[in-house]
Design a binder for this molecule. Structure first.
Ligand code: NDP
Length: 341
């Protein structure tokens, strides 16, 4: 790869179940040249996120799928390397949504300038970016934990879950995390300071979770679905809130999902008799609150009250394998690809 070529990761075919490397194709194309009012971005960091699995399917959803042969979608931190736009100069650093490629043209829309002195640049994709905002907005707008209440969150070492538990504690609630494996559990308990953490791979996972929640569960921040949902659901208290943020354990199965035993009646019975609030959301619904998030979370990060961990992979060519690992829980922290210094 030289500076005269744009390296891009394209969607080669749609996956069936877990994506494979063959679903992606790497292409090299001449660098685009900015026209009047445009700028050329060099991508420094690319965010890899679970939602990208949904974009690989040709299914109706809240966002359009990536076309076959199209560039994989994704949030990025970039440097302006050529500008014919009045508001941007060469050297400016920006948050953009440029996808899995080394360079991109922009007309300046939907860019946000970043100050590298305020926080490390990669945090604009994690704790101070979309995942952190998802945690903050979903927990505080929908979960609304009161002091002393119990908040449970899975994928607790990840970008969203780690922030959910720490914000719950900042607000005076008790945070119980669920994570996969001893290392992630130790990190969640010891470094993030959750009150308890349970390994979802333990054979007696459901019993341990019940033990860790002696007063039941007031807020279940749903990131995972499947057996984790099955274990948490019976523990929900009257008037519990369930922000439904993600279902990562199901993403590879959903397109082929077969009708199974219908448990909807049992779920609805408890929604009714316990007066539960089960509320799905996509973070952009709350975008008007982003400035308030940046101010509050930025302060918590500076004070060391909101901690984060990044899993940084070097090189765009390694993005497909890293993404496939993410869908199997092999990332440890916010997964980011570093393309350039
Ligand atoms: P993470 O960095 O937490 O990575 C995903 C984690 O999910 C893995 O590390 C793994 O953690 C866990 N996981 C993966 N497969 C399974 C499985 N089969 N069973 C249980 N756990 C599994 O990702 P994010 O923090 O970025 O995202 C967390 C969730 O939030 C996802 O569901 C995502 O789709 C959702 N989301 C929703 C948004 C919205 O607007 N609604 C916006 C952003 C994210 P472990 O090894 O600990 O199990």
């Amino acid at each position: 790869m030289t500076d005269t070529l744009n390296q891009r990761v394209l969607l080669a075919s749609r996956p069936s179940g877990l994506p494979t490397p063959e679903n992606f194709r790497i292409a090299h194309e001449p660098l685009p040249v900015p026209g009047e009012g445009q700028l050329l971005l060099q991508i420094l960091y690319l965010s890899l996120d679970p939602y990208m699995r949904g974009r690989m399917d040709d299914a109706k959803s809240y966002a359009k799928p990536v076309d076959i042969g199209g560039v994989m979608e994704g949030g990025t931190v970039a440097r302006v390397i050529a500008s014919r736009h009045p508001d941007y100069a060469v050297g400016d650093l920006v948050l953009s949504h440029s996808g899995w490629q080394s360079h991109a043209l922009s007309d300046g829309d939907n860019l946000r300038k970043l100050d590298p002195q305020a926080a490390p640049l990669s945090t604009a994709l994690g704790v101070l970016g979309m995942p952190g905002f998802t945690a903050w907005a979903g927990l505080l707008q929908i979960g609304r934990p009161a002091p002393g209440q119990t908040v449970v969150v899975a994928a607790a070492s990840g970008a969203v879950g780690s922030a959910v538990g720490q914000i719950a504690r900042i607000k005076g609630a008790r945070a119980v995390g669920i994570a996969g494996g001893a290392d992630k559990c130790a990190y969640v308990r010891e470094e993030l300071g959750f009150d308890a953490v349970i390994d979802h791979r333990a054979p007696d996972f459901a019993a341990r979770l019940a033990e860790a929640c002696p007063d039941g569960v007031d807020v279940y921040f749903e990131n995972v679905g499947g057996k984790v949902w099955d274990a948490v659901f019976p523990l929900l208290n009257d008037f519990a809130r369930v922000p439904v943020c993600g279902l990562i354990s199901q993403y590879n199965a959903l397109p082929q999902a077969e009708p199974g035993p219908d448990r909807l009646a049992l779920v609805m019975r408890d929604v009714l008799k316990k007066s539960l609030t089960v509320r799905g959301f996509i973070q952009r619904e709350f975008l008007a609150l982003r400035p308030a998030f940046l101010e509050e979370a930025g302060q918590w990060v500076r004070e060391g009250r909101l901690r984060y961990r990044e899993d940084i992979v070097e090189g765009l060519e390694n993005a497909p394998a890293a993404f496939i690992d993410l869908l199997q829980g092999r990332n440890f922290g916010k997964l980011v690809v570093k393309l350039a210094d």
